[in-house]
Design a protein around this ligand. Structure first.
Ligand code: SF4
Ligand code: SF4
Length: 177
């Protein structure tokens, strides 16, 4: 039996849940928000008519798998990134897509290493915020050539990751904006 695309791609990826692609996702209604809160997930309160936001990195993500898959909110059920859509349409093969996911994970790992070298990255924050925090914290340290080099490396690595994520997973993706 052929593995589903979820098995072949999403369970090796998790980028739409771990804060790499999104900082939060919009919930459909207050019932959904309450149910997720009961499951221990971090929800940002409703603002006006909105039902609230599920903050990312999502606490339900275990490794690269959703631990509440049958109970995940609507925004997660309907989301399909660009890459997944392209594989469904047959314009990109599963093997190529797996390679693109592996490359994105490799580049994110590199960004995380550079963040750690600047002495930051201990908090659970979306990737972009972790990077901004590392750059801001390191600004407080007396500037020296080695520190400046690390900061420049992080900026370059983050620019590359952001381009890769946008071009591979986001543009023309369906759902979460
Ligand atoms: S980013 Fe795409 S391939 Fe990765 S888990 Fe999300 S939907 Fe699946
Ligand atoms: S509930 Fe599951 S599918 Fe939705 S963001 Fe969290 S880990 Fe991902």
């Amino acid at each position: 039996m052929k593995p589903s695309l979820t098995d072949a791609l999403c369970t090796r990826c998790g980028l739409c849940c771990d804060g790499s692609l999104f900082a939060d996702v919009e919930l459909a209604n207050n019932d959904e928000a309450s149910a997720l809160e009961v499951m221990g997930l971090e929800i940002e309160d409703a603002d006006g008519e909105d039902a609230g936001l599920l903050l990312q990195p999502c606490g339900a993500l275990k490794g690269t798998r959703c631990s509440i898959y049958p109970h995940r909110p609507d925004c997660c059920r309907t989301f399909e990134c660009r890459l997944l859509q392209e594989v469904k349409r047959g314009t990109v093969s599963v093997e190529i897509a797996q390679g693109k996911i592996a490359e994105a994970l490799r580049q994110i790992e590199r960004v995380n290493e550079l963040i750690a070298r600047l002495g930051a990255g201990h908090e659970r924050l979306p990737l972009k915020e972790r990077c901004a925090e590392a750059l801001a914290l390191s600004e407080e340290v007396v500037a020296n050539p080695a520190m400046n080099r690390k900061r420049a490396e992080l900026r370059a690595a983050m620019t590359s990751v952001e381009r890769l994520l946008r071009e591979t997973f986001l543009e023309q993706g369906r759902g979460r904006s």
